[in-house]
Design a protein around this ligand. Structure first.
Ligand code: NAG
Ligand code: NAG
Ligand code: NAG
Ligand code: NAG
Ligand code: NAG
Ligand code: NAG
Length: 291
């Protein structure tokens, strides 16, 4: 029995009779986005409602179990906090749109800001409706310029004009013949006033042997004739190496990395005499597996 009811028993016997006849209340339905605090569901027990952060309680904060087994009042609701449209000091250049459906912003809804070109947005492009009904942040629009862009090593700026550039304008780069571009061809004037990362021009490689037969794009080539200009950055050639014990040959791939090219240790450049009397490894039978 509820302690209060027991106390009632001692004070007035009629109350005691009512208490013993009283029904229990059913558990209240769960509260969406909130919680209930209670100990018992007996006559005169109370339940206290509260809402999660970002939600406001609409209705009564407490309810009591009545003698007829019903709770007093109606179950309250937790309604999300709303944020009023942001007040834009820079109205005209700064605008926003809701990213959630509807024309009202609730707790955790987001909006996206935009500046009228060529102004740059400084701050956070998106804002969230916070628990206290304010927007998490509001950006500003500013004039941003980037300095005359500087060229890149072994490359050039296409159609370069020596001037400062506005936010979001871009320039394009090219590489000297034989050089391979790595990265985006374009660089953009960013809202920091810096240029976005420029591409790099990677150097070709000379193949550091006088004479050799190698595989290039799957075909046998003579370095001294077909590859005397070298290969491009990122390309690969395969050298033939000899396994003396098994008198067979295997290949080792070497890639050109920005002008760097390292011959495989197993590769032996052949002298004049050896070319006369011995088979080139490129003509020997292939080893079954790597030596
Ligand atoms: C919000 O939109 C509803 C329809 O989606 C419309 O009935 C209501 O008038 C609008 N409220 C405002 C303040 O524009
Ligand atoms: C921008 O605000 C959002 C909340 O709307 C937050 O999640 C995000 O981390 C913020 N971004 C930056 C760069 O501060
Ligand atoms: C609202 O909450 C944010 C943090 O979420 C706080 O920075 C800001 O001061 C609060 N504003 C008010 C009016 O309470
Ligand atoms: C920047 O320019 C590109 C076109 O070059 C455009 O698609 C993009 O929307 C612009 N961004 C801003 C923030 O103005
Ligand atoms: C952008 O430029 C500023 C100086 O204006 C510099 O301090 C900053 O490090 C630069 N940021 C990047 C990402 O290069
Ligand atoms: C060769 O590679 C090293 C790093 O591995 C680099 O520092 C060097 O600049 C490269 N040499 C050439 C000629 O590109």
């Amino acid at each position: 029995m509820h302690p209060l009811a027991l106390l009632g028993c001692l004070v007035a016997l009629s109350h005691c009779a009512l208490a013993s006849k009283a029904k229990r209340c059913p558990p209240p339905p769960p509260l969406q986005n909130g919680k209930m605090d209670f100990e018992e569901f007996q006559y005169q027990s109370t339940v206290t409602f509260s809402c999660d952060p970002g939600y406001n309680l609409v209705g009564s904060r407490t309810s009591q179990c009545m003698a007829d087994g019903k709770w007093t009042g109606t179950v309250p609701q937790c309604q999300p906090v709303t944020c009023a449209p942001p007040s834009l000091p820079e109205f005209g250049v700064l605008s926003f749109r809701r990213l959630n459906p509807g024309n009202v912003s609730h707790f955790l809804d987001t909006i996206q800001f935009e500046c009228v070109p060529p102004l740059a947005l400084i701050g956070n492009e998106t804002a969230t409706c916070t628990a206290n009904g304010t927007w998490s942040s509001i950006p500003v629009c500013k004039v941003v310029t980037c300095p005359t862009p500087i060229g890149i090593e072994n490359g050039f700026i296409e159609f370069a004009v020596r001037r400062t550039y506005h936010y979001n304008e871009s320039v394009s780069f090219g590489c000297q013949p034989g050089f391979v571009m790595e990265g985006s061809k374009h660089s953009r004037c960013e809202n920091t006033g810096n240029w976005s990362t420029k591409p790099a021009c990677r150097a070709p490689c000379k193949i550091p042997v006088k004479k050799a037969v190698v595989l290039y794009n799957g075909e046998k080539k003579r370095v001294q004739n077909d590859l005397k200009d070298g290969i491009l950055h990122g390309e690969t050639v395969s050298f033939f190496c000899k396994n003396k014990e098994k008198s067979c040959a295997y290949t080792v791939d070497v890639a050109c990395v920005d002008g760097n090219f390292t011959l495989p240790a197993c590769f032996k450049e052949r002298g004049f005499f050896s070319t006369l009397v011995k088979k080139d490894p490129s003509e020997m039978k292939a080893c079954e597996d790597e030596a």
